[in-house]
Design a protein around this ligand. Structure first.
Ligand code: FAD
Ligand code: DLZ
Ligand code: SF4
Length: 509
């Protein structure tokens, strides 16, 4: 009666539901498969991070006496093939798995039973605060889905940052208003612990460099924690050194400083090395000990308890139809500078360069630089979504898709965002030091020297008028647009056309 317990690369948690009742004699299966590594051309660091984390995780189980069948890259093309082969090899009479994060993989998992010829139990993933039915209940009967209300429900049900009378800590639910400060001149990000590759990681890096040579990204700066122990070190260091100022400078951007005060924990949370609950608890404990202010801690907790849970809820509520919507009719191909970073727009070059070198960019770079540009330029949803799925070490469709499709490019027509996050160059100038060193002039509105975000912003609003003008949160902007004289409108349209038609030409400088 051998039970085969199949653990995916983003389920590297000893408490994952597939291992809940692990018994002597059961076999734990992990496998590196071609289909997962190549269904998009993931950043080299993303594959190296995950393969190394997987090898460490399964080796740890084996060292602790469990029976492990770990299959390295090259043996199996797909999960199904690996499960069928492992069932046969061990004479397994049953397979137990935890539901996957992605729709695509769930579809495949539903075919395991027929392929392997033994019963397959798919358990829910209890690493999240809310399950699918919690979100369905929340969504039922609501015209609009808003993160803030789901977040408040979760605060109430978990008691996180709640006082004894059932009120939010500090009498306010949300401290976002205090979390939009620009970085003072000369301020620098704190030093972080480094996680240089050990032998296992070095072997994986060499393998990835060769096997996935044509994938995006570099491996030289690889510095991710790949074990639970190191992930906990990273969590502690973040709480001690970055969390106290996380809130204040959450939206700030600085040239040459892609990390600032952000946690860099998403790859480890998403693959199972850290549990969201322990990360949140650690941050709350810092506030209770007086080591971090409430605006920082609430801001951080909201990202995990609020946004992360909400985004997952939207994904599973709306898939599979969700990814096919294109509310703004965007159809432009992705310009090649998203892959090379070769553009005169310094903000884009900074965000894409950091992405290439670290498989990381922080939220505001993703949303208000590369995402904003894709929105304003009308990049086809499928093309920009694939880019985001490829380039970040934390990218899985369940979290990438709603963030891109819904939040960044409004392709869902406003399932959860009340208006598009469209912004001109002045937003980027206010929140960063990029514009000072840019070839473009952020103050100029039209013409060859003007910041492209400026005319693309107004051009986008003109193009999307029919779809957006009735939106009460955008109406005022259209009144401003209506006050512009015809010459100005024509100059905006011309500048946008010239730029968009020529944006795949080599950069000018
Ligand atoms: P911090 O700023 O330190 O935030 C703490 C944690 O909060 C993160 O580790 C993450 O777990 C969570 N979090 C914060 N914002 C979000 C959010 N909007 N959705 C879900 N979780 C959130 N996050 C991913 O994990 N994978 C993705 O593929 C991804 N794609 C994105 C694409 C776009 C266009 C945008 C706008 C956001 C995307 N995000 C994604 C959300 C967010 O940008 C990243 O989680 C964050 O930048 C990770 O860096 P960090 O760990 O330093 O985050
Ligand atoms: C992202 C990824 C990659 C690159 N490779 C593997 C792999 O070889 N084996 C594996 O178990 N998981 C991998 N993953 C993560 C899966 O894609 C992830 O488990 C599914 O997308 C479900 O979220
Ligand atoms: Fe970006 Fe415009 Fe600023 Fe240049 S001037 S960095 S393009 S916002």
């Amino acid at each position: 009666m051998t039970v085969l317990r199949f653990v995916l690369g983003d389920q590297l948690d000893r408490n994952v539901s597939a291992l809940a009742d692990l018994a002597p004699g059961d076999v734990v299966l992990g496998c590196e498969v071609a289909a997962e590594a190549t269904y998009v051309r993931h950043h080299k660091q993303k594959i190296a991070f995950l393969f190394s984390a997987m090898r460490h995780f399964f080796a740890g189980l084996e060292a602790d006496g469990y029976v492990v069948d770990y299959r390295r890259y090259g043996r199996h093309a797909t999960f199904t093939e690996a499960v069928v082969a492992a069932v046969k090899a061990h004479g397994a009479t049953r397979v137990v798995v935890t539901e996957p994060g992605e729709w695509r993989v769930l579809e495949e998992m539903r075919g395991f039973e027929a392929a392997a010829g033994v019963p397959v139990e798919i358990r829910s993933d209890d690493r999240f605060f809310a399950d699918h039915s919690d979100f369905r209940r929340f969504a039922e009967g609501r015209k609009e889905l808003r993160m803030e209300y789901f977040y408040r429900d979760l605060r109430r049900t978990t008691g996180i940052l709640m006082d004894e009378d059932g009120n939010p800590a500090g009498e306010r639910w949300n401290y976002d208003q205090e979390n939009r400060k620009a970085l003072p001149k000369g301020a620098a990000a704190p030093a972080r612990p480094s996680f240089p590759p050990d032998e296992v990681t070095a072997e994986v890096i060499a393998f990835v460099a060769e096997e996935f040579a044509d994938h995006f990204g570099t491996l030289e700066a690889f510095d991710w924690p790949v074990t639970r122990g190191d992930a906990l070190v990273a969590l502690d260091a973040f709480v001690d050194t970055c969390l106290p100022t996380f809130g204040d400078f959450q939206d700030a951007m600085k040239a040459g400083e892609p990390h600032l005060f952000h946690s860099l924990l998403s790859p480890m949370i998403n693959c199972g090395l850290l549990r969201p609950r322990e990360v949140v608890d650690r941050a709350v404990a810092a506030w209770e000990a007086g080591a971090a202010p409430l605006n920082a801690v609430e801001g951080f907790v909201r990202q995990i308890l609020g946004w992360r849970e909400f985004i997952r809820g939207v994904y599973w509520l709306k898939m599979p139809a969700y990814r096919d919507t294109n509310a703004l009719g965007a159809a432009r191909p992705l310009p090649s500078f998203y892959w090379t970073g070769e553009t005169d727009m310094r903000c884009m070059a900074e965000a894409i360069g950091a992405t290439r070198d670290h498989a990381y960019a922080h939220h505001i770079q993703r949303l208000m630089v590369t995402g904003n540009f894709a929105l304003l330029a009308g990049i086809a949803p499928a093309e920009i979504e694939e880019w985001y799925l490829v380039v970040y070490a934390d990218a899985y469709e369940w979290v990438e898709l709603p963030n891109v499709h819904g939040m960044a490019i409004f392709a869902d027509g406003g399932v959860f965002a009340s208006k598009p996050y469209a912004a001109s160059g002045s937003y980027i100038d206010r929140m960063s030091d990029y514009c000072g060193g840019c070839r473009y002039d952020v103050k100029a509105k039209v013409g060859e020297e003007a910041c492209p975000f400026n005319y693309l912003y107004w051009n986008f609003l003109m193009e999307a008028r029919e779809r957006l003008a009735r939106n009460p949160r955008v109406g005022m902007i259209y009144r401003t647009l209506d006050k512009m004289d015809d010459d100005r409108v024509a100059a905006i349209r011309q500048s946008a056309k010239t730029f968009l038609d020529g944006m795949d030409d080599p950069p000018l400088t």
